[in-house]
Design a protein around this ligand. Structure first.
Ligand SMILES: [Fe+2]
Length: 436
């Protein structure tokens, strides 16, 4: 803690000695000077010795330089010093000049000693508070710097941890998805004619879902439910799954039981909470919008929306693919059946979205294997048309040249028979049968 040194400057010897003596007796540390220049020497010495002056009592009129000159010098060196000006006469010009130069008080001589002591004590307290304030500011700055460094370090650690967790999550998600894909392959491979069925249903469902503006989270759930929708077929004997011709009612019931089987198997999976309804969605793909489906005869909006989408995608793939008991259907027949069943089997919102599906996107899913041998540029030519455009072209009694072109393009790739009325003019897909 610094001492509170007071500078007393007065050319009146008697008054200076008296004041110095009284102040020292009152506990103040006083250094004195008998003129302005002597005062500046004291200041210079204090600076050299790195001593601070807390306050100064300055006579104004002195033989060499005035107290105001000393005040200005003092303020240069010690900006926070308290300076009390003393004068024998009340001269407003001096008072104004002194206050303008930074004096704290202006007192008349002979000075009231109690007033002086009060002013000096205030100066000492003021300096103490300033020092305390500076110390606190320094501590605050140090604390802030340390805190900022800590926050920076912690932020870096959190970023690293987040990155690690993200990578781990991506890895887990990849493993989870590949497990689902393997399961989907296992289901589809039980019957060569349903090869890739689960993948195609999943992709049609994604196209429909996107057209219905589903969120990325919902699309992800739809994808998982699509891959697993027929999981219950794992429990059905292959002789029934691959039976040629029509099924007995008992066999048909067994086939239908796969929906409940899907629910039971998937209920054993530990899905995270956001995917907890996958068992219900996947197992409801045979529910009908009019309530006549299975396994729970759910109706309308009681059927999860994603299951209603899967129902359309599932039937679309079933009727556009070859089965043991029938051939694949031409596209006009397939769309006609789905149109007819809209509002009965299917939710109109879902079939509308299906009809808006881009014909090129449909072909890329429907004939994925066959397309490996085709020119992508040809498929892209189908992009301007929706499935409904293709349907309208195929049922139109007098199709336009544009419609004829669309149909010709479509049946270059479609893995199903060309409708009778077009068979003379349209060449069907070359590898039909091989890739169906
Ligand atoms: Fe199914």
């Amino acid at each position: 803690m610094s001492t509170n040194k007071i500078l007393l400057v007065d050319d009146n010897h008697g008054q200076r000695i008296t004041m110095e003596s009284i102040l020292k007796k009152s506990g103040f540390a006083v250094v004195s000077a008998d003129c302005g220049l002597a005062a500046l020497s004291v200041v210079e010495k204090c600076v050299q010795e790195q001593e601070e002056l807390t306050a100064a009592l300055l006579d104004i009129k002195m033989p060499d330089i005035t107290g105001i000159d000393v005040l200005k010098e003092l303020k240069q060196v010690y900006p926070n010093i308290t300076v009390i000006m003393m004068t024998g006469y009340a001269e407003p010009d001096y008072a104004i000049a002194a206050l303008n130069a930074g004096a704290t008080a202006y007192v008349l001589k002979p000075a009231n000693i109690e007033q002086i002591k009060n002013l000096l004590n205030q100066a000492i307290e003021h300096k103490r508070l300033q020092e305390e304030n500076m110390a606190m500011s320094a501590a605050l700055i140090e604390w802030k710097t340390k805190l900022e460094k800590k926050v920076e370090e912690r932020t870096g650690q959190l970023k690293d941890a987040h990155k690690l967790l993200k990578n781990l999550y991506e890895e887990l998600k990849k493993n989870f998805e590949s497990t689902l894909e393997v399961l989907a392959i296992a289901i589809d491979q039980r019957d060569p004619l349903t090869y890739s069925h689960s993948f195609r249903v999943t992709q049609y469902a994604q196209e429909i879902g996107k057209s219905m503006d589903l969120s990325p989270k919902e699309l992800e759930k739809l994808r998982y439910a699509g891959l697993l929708h027929d999981l219950g077929k794992i429990e059905i004997h292959e002789t029934i799954l691959t039976k040629e011709g029509s099924l007995t009612s008992q066999e048909y019931e067994m086939i239908q039981s796969h929906a409940r089987g899907t629910f039971e198997i998937l209920s054993k999976f530990k899905f995270k909470s956001s995917l907890a309804d996958i068992p219900l969605i996947a197992s409801s793909h045979h529910e009908r919008y009019d309530g006549g489906g299975y396994p729970n005869k759910l109706k309308g909006d009681d059927i999860p929306l994603l299951a209603r989408i899967l129902a359309v995608a599932d039937v679309l793939d079933a009727i556009t693919s070859k089965r043991h008991y029938r051939t694949a259907m031409p596209i006009d027949g397939a769309i006609a059946i789905i149109k007819r069943e809209t509002g009965g089997h299917f939710d109109p919102k879902c079939t509308d979205a299906l009809f808006r599906m881009n014909a090129a996107n449909f072909i890329q899913v429907h004939a994925a294997d066959f397309l490996e041998k085709c020119e992508m540029s040809q498929i892209i030519e189908l992009s301007p048309y929706t499935l409904m455009d293709i349907f309208n072209a195929s049922v139109s009694p007098e199709p336009s040249e544009e419609q004829k072109k669309a149909l010709q393009l479509f049946y270059n790739f479609y893995q199903g028979p060309v409708p009778e009325r077009w068979s003379d003019t349209i060449t069907p897909a070359k590898d039909f049968g091989e890739a169906a």
